[in-house]
Design a protein around this ligand. Structure first.
Ligand code: UDP
Length: 236
């Protein structure tokens, strides 16, 4: 086994023979509320690996540069090595989660236009919400980089909203991370896009098809993710 570079809450990252690529192994561990709620859910790693690989592959085809290279096995994918920019970029189409709580908006209220939020990726601080001025002051990204990130996030939202709409699913909100390629410093989309990082509701019933089933104990997470994967199978 090659050397592990990093272990996060949901994934392990391994070095490969090629310094420009890394191997990501998706774990069955589930966490919520900044790690306070934990469980091992057999099958979750495979499902997120398959779903994330599928979505990144489609985004690549649509010209949205990302770190995904190829899927290697049920739980593993090869990605380009990046240095992650410590921002969680959240895009919202419908009020839910922390936005509903913070602004007192009813969950499910469609937003007139998508909202982009930035959170500073720092577990000890609890990933606080920050704005452009904080990002500049903390030298997390400069204005050019931030514009690029914002535009890419909007483009990802357009592509994924359409894609999910085609399979009867509402893309309520999601979180993206970006990184700088080790090879040339270019900024690309990275990390994962899966039902762990998106809110997805069935268009007709509003049934939750994402990690909220674990956060709120309202269903069997692997079963729900499997259903989502099945729906995604026909998408090219
Ligand atoms: N999200 C994530 N990782 C985080 C925080 C949020 O993937 O550390 C995703 C979450 O799954 C949802 C969106 O970002 O799809 C918005 O999350 P929100 O701010 O509402 O926070 P929550 O109430 O889910 O903690």
């Amino acid at each position: 086994m090659s050397q592990m570079l990093y272990e996060g809450k949901a994934k392990k990252i391994f070095l490969t023979d090629d310094p420009s690529t890394l191997l990501v192994s998706y774990k069955d561990d589930a966490t919520a509320f900044n790690g306070k709620k934990k469980a091992v859910l057999p099958g979750k790693g495979r499902l997120n690996n398959l779903i994330s690989a599928k979505l990144f592959g489609i985004l690549n085809k649509k010209g949205i540069n990302n770190h995904f290279v190829k899927r290697l096995s049920d739980n593993e994918q090869l990605v380009k090595a990046v240095e992650i920019i410590p921002l969680e970029v959240v895009v919202r189409n419908i009020a839910a989660g922390s936005l509903s709580k913070r602004l007192g908006l009813e969950e499910g209220k469609p937003l007139k236009q998508p909202i982009i939020e930035f959170y500073f990726k720092d577990d000890e601080l609890g990933d606080p919400l920050i704005n452009d001025d904080h990002i500049r002051m903390m030298q997390i990204a400069d204005d050019t980089e931030l514009n690029l990130i914002r535009q890419a996030a909007q483009e990802v939202n357009r592509v994924l909203t359409d894609l999910f709409d085609g399979i009867g699913v509402l893309l309520v909100d999601f979180k993206l991370e970006f990184g700088k390629l080790k090879t040339n410093g270019n900024i690309v989309l990275a990390d994962e896009i899966s039902p762990d990082t998106c809110r997805l509701w069935d268009k007709k019933t509003h049934e939750k098809l994402d990690k909220d089933v674990f956060r709120r104990d309202i269903g069997d997470l692997p079963q729900v993710y499997e259903k989502l994967l099945e729906r995604l199978e026909d998408v090219q």
